[in-house]
Design a protein around this ligand. Structure first.
Ligand code: NG6
Ligand code: CA
Length: 509
């Protein structure tokens, strides 16, 4: 069995697909409590703590996300591991701190697979427990082994790290190749028009931003000036694959339909779906149905679009009779950013909207705006609706769901906080190391500790977010200073010392 193949799985008591009785919450008489629940993670890209109305946004309405929150537990201290995409996704899927792996950084679209094939991951653990596992949406964890031929089966990839099914964009919506892959094959590829990708130089005669400004419909502000696809400059160069290239306007519908189809095809068995939305990452290109709908410009519009997708997806669960017996988690891979490389007026049209809510900074930052994100867990009949202040992290899904399913698993970083995730207790993690760009900061209880580090105060390439770097030690008490405005390190010398010791113990472990 997989127990032999996967190191780290100590023993599994999944003789039947029943929940371990000690973990079965709620009423035994409900049929849903006796059936293994499906698990769905809906994961936004660059959505901030203040970007949805149930977390306090007033300028923007997200009724479908609010509904999830109203029917589930809404966490006020829910974290991703990192303030950028690749590390956060790595942390969530492997249950390990991404900074333990030096390669876990924002990856180019042709980077090799970051997760070791055959290792313990959230999907591989669930697959071993009898789940059908699928990913639809953004991958951004690398593919292949170094040199990818996009015209053949691309592997290893999601199916080598635990997913049965994958329909993905390789990296980000601003990076080449701008195509979808299904089970390792570029969708809609004409073999007579092969795809070539380079992150070094352009292919002769192919349009790029400096040479062909007339082809541009959304101007780049920093970077994003290589190949032009669908009127948008991208990071990296590509050639060929015309029939396979995505149209950004249709991406939301494309992913939604695949996610719905996965549910319909697998409704009779337990399934795990990682539905990785591309919104509101730049370039922000809503379907025309949503253009102008938020009144806050493209960034607001794609959030409204994402919210609609979630509503449609939830309808599909309901129509298939899966509404009750499915754990739906909603969260984001990192905090918000306004201009992340395109002149989309995200800042000027934002008005009074505050994407990070009361938090300081956003994407790329060591401050809480970088990693504290919307975090909702809905499981009707099992999770009592409410708000929880427990500190929870996406990295904990691995140990927590293993516990839910009665699987014994050894993890270093992923903590079993199942009772907190199900809203049974406000006791979550005691502490957490959060990551900005490369470096880290420490959260413990109400405290946020950022040790002195060299580097610019603002993200250097033109993003208007603070990095969190400072020559002095920073200590904030989030209980009365959620916006990290008052550095109390000089008054709280003993606290700094105590926390530094604990923090270093984790870093050196
Ligand atoms: C940065 C890109 C940014 C975004 C980010 C990854 C530039 C100047 N900036 O390098 O636009 O793509 O990488 O975002 O190229 S993430 O959400 O996938 O981590
Ligand atoms: Ca992201």
């Amino acid at each position: 069995t997989l127990r032999k193949k996967i190191p780290g799985l100590v023993s599994a008591s999944m003789a039947s697909l029943m929940l371990a009785s000690s973990c079965t919450p709620g009423s035994q008489s409900e049929t849903s409590s006796r059936k293994t629940p499906n698990i769905v993670i809906i994961y936004a890209d660059d959505l901030g703590y203040g970007d949805v109305s149930c977390y306090g946004a007033t300028e923007l309405k997200t009724p479908n996300i609010d509904k999830l929150a109203g029917e589930g537990v809404r966490f006020t201290q829910g974290y991703c591991t990192s303030a950028t995409c690749t590390p956060s996704r790595y942390g969530m899927l492997t249950g390990q701190y991404p900074w333990r792996n030096k390669r876990a950084q924002v990856l180019p679209g042709d980077a090799p697979l970051l997760i070791e094939p055959g290792s313990v991951t959230l999907p591989s653990m669930l697959k071993e427990a009898g789940y059908r596992t699928g990913i639809v949406g953004k991958w951004h964890l690398g593919l292949g082994e170094g040199s990818i031929n996009w015209n053949e089966e691309v592997k290893p990839g999601p199916r080598q790290v635990g997913f049965d099914y994958d329909f993905i964009m390789a990296a980000t919506n601003d990076r080449v190749p701008t195509v979808f892959l299904e089970k390792g094959h570029v969708v809609g590829l004409d073999q007579n028009d092969p795809i070539e990708v380079s992150y070094r130089e352009n292919f002769e005669g192919e349009p790029s931003v400096p040479e062909n400004p007339e082809l541009i419909k959304m101007k780049s502000s920093h970077g994003h000036d290589n190949s032009i696809v669908n009127g948008i400059g991208r990071i990296g160069f590509m050639k060929g694959g015309e029939s396979a290239r995505w149209i950004d306007e249709n991406m939301a519908d494309t992913f939604l339909v695949r996610a719905q189809k996965f549910v319909e095809l697998n409704k009779d068995e337990p399934f795990f779906l990682y539905y990785a939305l591309h919104q509101p990452h730049a370039p922000r290109v809503p379907h025309p149905r949503f253009a102008g709908k938020s009144g806050l410009g493209p960034r607001g519009d794609v959030i409204v679009e994402a919210d609609w997708c979630i509503g449609e997806f939830m309808k599909t669960l309901k129509e298939n009779g899966l509404d009750e017996n499915t754990i739906v988690i909603f969260s984001s891979d990192n905090g918000p950013v306004a201009d992340d490389g395109y002149h989309d007026e995200s800042e000027t049209l934002m008005g009074n909207h505050t994407p990070a809510g009361p938090l300081r900074s956003g994407k790329y930052s060591l401050y809480d705006g970088g990693t504290r994100v919307p975090f909702i867990v809905r499981w009707p009949g099992q999770v009592k609706p409410g708000v929880s202040d427990a500190m929870v992290c996406q990295m904990d899904f691995l140990a927590s769901f293993a516990s839910l399913l009665g699987i014994q698993i050894e993890t270093k970083d992923s903590e079993n906080i199942l009772p907190a995730l199900l809203g049974k207790t406000e006791k979550g993690r005691e502490d957490l190391v959060v990551q900005g760009m490369r470096t880290t900061a420490y959260r413990n209880g109400d405290w946020s500790l950022i040790l002195p580090q060299k580097g610019p105060k603002m993200v250097p390439w033109g993003v208007k977010n603070e990095t969190g770097f400072d020559a002095d030690v920073q200590l904030y008490n989030l209980a009365n200073d959620i916006g990290q405005k008052v550095n109390v390190a000089k008054e709280e010398v003993a606290k700094v010392e105590e926390l530094t010791t604990k923090y270093n113990e984790i870093l050196e472990d």
